[in-house]
Design a protein around this ligand. Structure first.
Ligand SMILES: Cc1cc2nc3c(=O)[nH]c(=O)nc-3n(C[C@H](O)[C@H](O)[C@H](O)COP(=O)(O)OP(=O)(O)OC[C@H]3O[C@@H](n4cnc5c(N)ncnc54)[C@H](O)[C@@H]3O)c2cc1C
Length: 196
């Protein structure tokens, strides 16, 4: 509902996570913001709803939100005060290989690596430094471009991040599971976070 006689400084179209964040930041900066959403509920592609049986909540779009958890902007908004609670399932993600097999992303790099057969060591060597040094790399990855505060850790990440998933997989892995896990995540935000 739009108030008729109110003048707004800014109009944000779409109440997905990005529109909501922009609207919150603008409002926090003192702007009078009008946020317009075409759908019946806010949240865009991050919404969830009961689609099948009572009590079962289904993601309508996104399901795994490492960059939500890691986002400095989300953290600055104090969303927990309004009910946000990150749910950490025992298995954050499964990538089906065929009708009967799947490769699993576990809560730790070591446990994930243990399910990757002959590629366990290579996966661990690739991911463990990234998970371990994430706090140092995070500002370089999530903030506007600038000189990294931890150049060595950032360079280690950057050199691998420059490669495509296909090339990285060809260079490092011998079986299908590790490349499938990487490729399945390649289109999404991809942070090998350890369990908090
Ligand atoms: C199937 C699917 C799976 C995904 N899985 C993941 C995942 O696992 N992890 C992850 O990190 N990301 C995932 N994503 C991506 C993530 O959901 C998006 O990056 C994120 O939702 C983008 O946010 P946004 O605010 O830019 O746009 P959206 O979330 O798309 O929101 C846009 C909003 O604008 C509204 N809108 C559009 N046009 C108008 C208009 N003219 N007037 C008013 N309102 C309008 C829409 O109704 C919608 O609510 C997935 C996306 C999809 C579709």
């Amino acid at each position: 509902m739009v108030a008729q006689n109110v003048r707004y400084d800014t109009v944000v179209i779409g109440a997905g996570p990005n529109g909501l964040t922009a609207a919150c930041l603008l409002a926090r900066a003192g702007r009078k913001v009008l946020l317009i959403e075409a759908a019946e509920t806010i949240g865009g592609a991050t919404r969830s709803a009961q689609l099948t049986l009572p009590g079962f909540v289904h993601d309508l779009g996104s399901a795994v939100h490492p960059f939500g958890l890691a986002s400095p902007v989300f953290a600055s908004l104090g969303l927990e005060r309004f009910g946000l609670r990150w749910v950490h399932p025992p298995l954050p993600l499964a990538h089906p290989l065929d009708a009967s097999r799947a490769v699993l992303l576990e809560r730790s790099v070591a446990a994930t690596a243990a399910g990757l057969g002959r590629d366990a060591q290579a996966y661990f060597a690739l991911m463990r430094p990234l998970a371990r040094w994430w706090q140092r790399i995070q500002p370089t990855v999530l903030h506007p471009l600038g000189f990294p505060r931890h150049p060595i850790a950032a360079a280690r990440f950057g050199l691998r991040a420059l490669l495509s998933v296909a090339l990285l997989s060809r260079l490092l892995f011998r079986e299908e599971r590790a490349p499938a896990l990487l490729a399945g995540l390649g289109g999404h935000s991809f942070l090998p976070m350890e369990a908090p």
